[in-house]
Design a binder for this molecule. Structure first.
Ligand code: NAD
Ligand code: MG
Length: 394
């Protein structure tokens, strides 16, 4: 029986994870659940799964949750605050952690899971973008297993040779990793129309249903940029061997090119329950609630190079990845601030890359040597990006 903690259980990945777990009560026991603000949904989850620990964002939320659980005689211990996210990992007696908090807020608890030797199911790509080196070291010293949940990385993991470990001398014949990208909702939109894009338009992804932040990142293709950096840390290949291909149908989830000319891909419905089930049960395969692909009914599959003028965020991410050090931390923080301002405060869509670029130009990259330094740079970049947005006055 795997004992699972879910960081970010009320989000899109969290809900899909519980959906897979619900179908396999003989395999999985939920021991910790966390949410930031969605107390009612977390209460329902606790009543159904009866975890040992639940964590919410603040004291008011905790007291609401306690009342809701007392009424149903659920004995879950309710904690609050960001420090308690670490307790959900370290005090819940879990052996598996789904890291599915969105953004930098997920870094510290994901690192705690890595250090304590858990099986880490990593959805929170921002953690790896900010602190890839530290995170991979923490996984190594903890001795646990890291299973990528991001669909592209999960696909690549499935397509690599079983004995693949980070950076062997010849990568076991692996030449390149090809990350596919749908191109989001604005792949073919006239450039002149991009200036008036609304949050609801940006969040209406053609193939995937996801949280709002990653949906905007998919529209700008910052998401793919973050994923290139994620792949760099996960698989240890040089950046120039990690390529991006636009594939609007989202059927091929990513590919590995081998030296002998073979290309191995993983295909399936665009449904996150497939990679989640793979990570939860690895190396076994379990039912995920996902139907098979019907290849005869699919229209043609197409692939194209991404257009970096249409997607300046992708170019900024490539550049930050090449700079290295804390540049990806700055990129990520500025992007989180810009996306939040677009979603909640009327920042025009086309200003998102502008905020990120200006923030990157304003702060120089240094070696990402400690968690403390990374968190400092993250805070500074948020401050700088917020000031830039204020000065833009939209
Ligand atoms: P979401 O917005 O739907 O859910 C986010 C979760 O994080 C919620 O449970 C929320 O309560 C929690 N959270 C948010 N801010 C928090 C904070 N400050 N402190 C503590 N908890 C907080 O997001 P999502 O779409 O589920 O994405 C989660 C992560 O998985 C992201 O890093 C995303 O990039 C990655 N991911 C998602 C998908 C997808 O299909 N949704 C696919 C690949 C990767
Ligand atoms: Mg992805």
């Amino acid at each position: 029986m795997r004992r699972v903690a879910i960081l970010g259980s009320t989000g899109s990945i969290g809900i899909n994870t519980l959906d897979v777990i619900r179908a396999h009560p003989e395999r999985f026991k939920v021991v910790a659940l966390t949410a930031n603000k969605q107390i009612d949904r977390l209460a329902e989850q606790c009543i159904e799964f009866n975890p040992t620990i639940a964590v919410v964002g603040d004291a008011a939320g905790a007291s609401r949750l306690r009342t809701a659980l007392q009424e149903k005689r659920i004995a879950t211990q309710v904690l609050c605050g960001s420090e308690s996210l670490v307790s959900a990992v370290t005090q819940s007696d879990c052996d598996t952690v789904m890291a599915a908090i969105v953004g930098a807020a997920g870094l510290v608890p994901a690192l705690a899971a890595a250090k304590s030797g858990k099986r880490v199911l990593l959805a929170n790509k921002e953690a790896l973008v900010m602190s890839g080196d530290l995170f991979m070291q923490a996984m190594q010293s903890g001795g646990g297993e890291l299973l990528p949940i991001d669909s592209e990385h999960n696909a690549i993991f499935q397509c690599l040779p079983q004995q693949f470990t980070k950076a062997p001398h010849d990568y076991l014949g692996v030449e390149e990793l090809w990350l596919t990208a749908s191109g989001g909702p604005f792949r073919d939109t006239a450039m002149s129309e991009l200036s008036s894009i609304t949050p609801d338009q940006a969040c209406a992804h053609p193939n995937w249903v996801m949280g709002r932040k990653i949906s905007v990142d998919s529209a700008t293709m910052m998401n793919k940029g973050l994923e290139v950096i994620e792949a760099f840390w996960l698989f240890g290949l040089p950046l120039e061997k990690i390529k991006v291909l636009i594939h609007p149908q989202s059927v091929v989830h990513s590919m590995v090119l081998y030296r002998d000319g073979s290309v191995i891909s993983q295909m399936g419905q665009p449904d996150m329950r497939t990679p989640i089930a793979y990570g939860l049960a690895w190396p076994e395969r379990i039912h995920a609630g996902v139907g098979p692909l019907n290849l005869t009914q699919l229209a043609a599959l197409s692939f194209a190079e991404p257009d970096l003028t249409r997607f300046p965020c992708l170019a900024l991410a490539f550049s930050a990845a090449n700079t290295g050090g804390t540049a990806p931390t700055i990129l990520n923080a500025a992007n989180e601030i810009a996306v939040a301002a677009f979603l909640d405060a009327g920042l025009p869509y086309l200003r998102i890359p502008e905020v990120v670029e200006k923030t990157l130009n304003h702060i120089s990259s240094v070696s990402a040597s400690s968690l403390e330094l990374i968190l400092d740079v993250d805070a500074k970049a948020r401050h700088v990006a917020s000031n830039i947005i204020r000065q833009m006055n939209h």
